[in-house]
Write a protein that binds this ligand. Sequence first.
Ligand SMILES: O=P(O)(O)OC[C@H]1O[C@H](O)[C@H](O)[C@@H](O)[C@@H]1O
Length: 293
Amino acid sequence: MILQLGELACSGVSVTDSGALYDKPGLELLLVETEACRAVIGLQGAQVLEFQAAGAEPLLWLSPRAEFRAGVSVRGGVPVCLPWFGINREDPEKPKHGFVRNHDWQLASAQQSDGRVMLDFEYDHAGDALFATPFHCALTISLGDSLEFSLKVENTGEAPSEFSWALHTYFSVPDIASVQVGGLDGLSYLDNTDGLARKRQDGLVHFSGEVDRVYENCGPLQQIFCGRTIECRSDLCDSVIVWNPGAVLANTVADIGADGARGFVCVEHGNAFENSWTLTAGEVRRAQLRLKG
Ligand SMILES: O=P(O)(O)OC[C@H]1O[C@H](O)[C@H](O)[C@@H](O)[C@@H]1O
């Protein structure tokens, strides 16, 4: 069953829009305000835009230059990249990071229990020229003292198909120059700033300019050290992508800007490249992510 927003009757959750919250009309949003947290979620892309647990700093970065327009991904929060991550390997002309981040999802349910708000979003793709395989995906977003995601993807077509994806989290940090990312030591990664050359991570990840790396076959825990420690715990997310454009590249991106890159680090969880999922006809796969800090 799909909820019409007007029927939403979950305590702590209200319907608003980007005009009311950011003075930039264009997108419908949900505002979650409970004793445990405050969060903003866009119907477009089922994208969490803000999350702040009670007594903690804001977890996510939302660009002050973000656009709120139908069909355009909002810069910040947690965009969902799917059914392919990054540049489409068969046709680089196709939109980067797939298309589900640029379309409205359906809200299937909203409930509050044990102090957490749970929002169930669904997205159905019929199969088209962009991606021939029809699929169904469901994303449960759980909001309490942590921000949690549970993603399910189902191949509803009649032939096997490859899916790659990521929860592309923008974490808010005071200054990228002093950020370090842990939990990736000893892993090999594909360096997207060097033609996807395969390299090996030695110790913590540091930032002194553009960093764009895909780590494969990762463990379940990464940490972001940025004055506080943010913990990312995942289940069945074998790829971790670490990205910051650095000031030079950021200056060429309208919705970031040269000074914007200082304030965030992307540590993205999913399954891409070698870890992409091949789903047979009717097959369902799931993955989880929990963010706390
Ligand atoms: O600008 P977008 O399409 O949202 O992509 C933003 C970034 O996402 C990922 O982290 C990729 O690894 C980067 O190469 C890309 O630039």
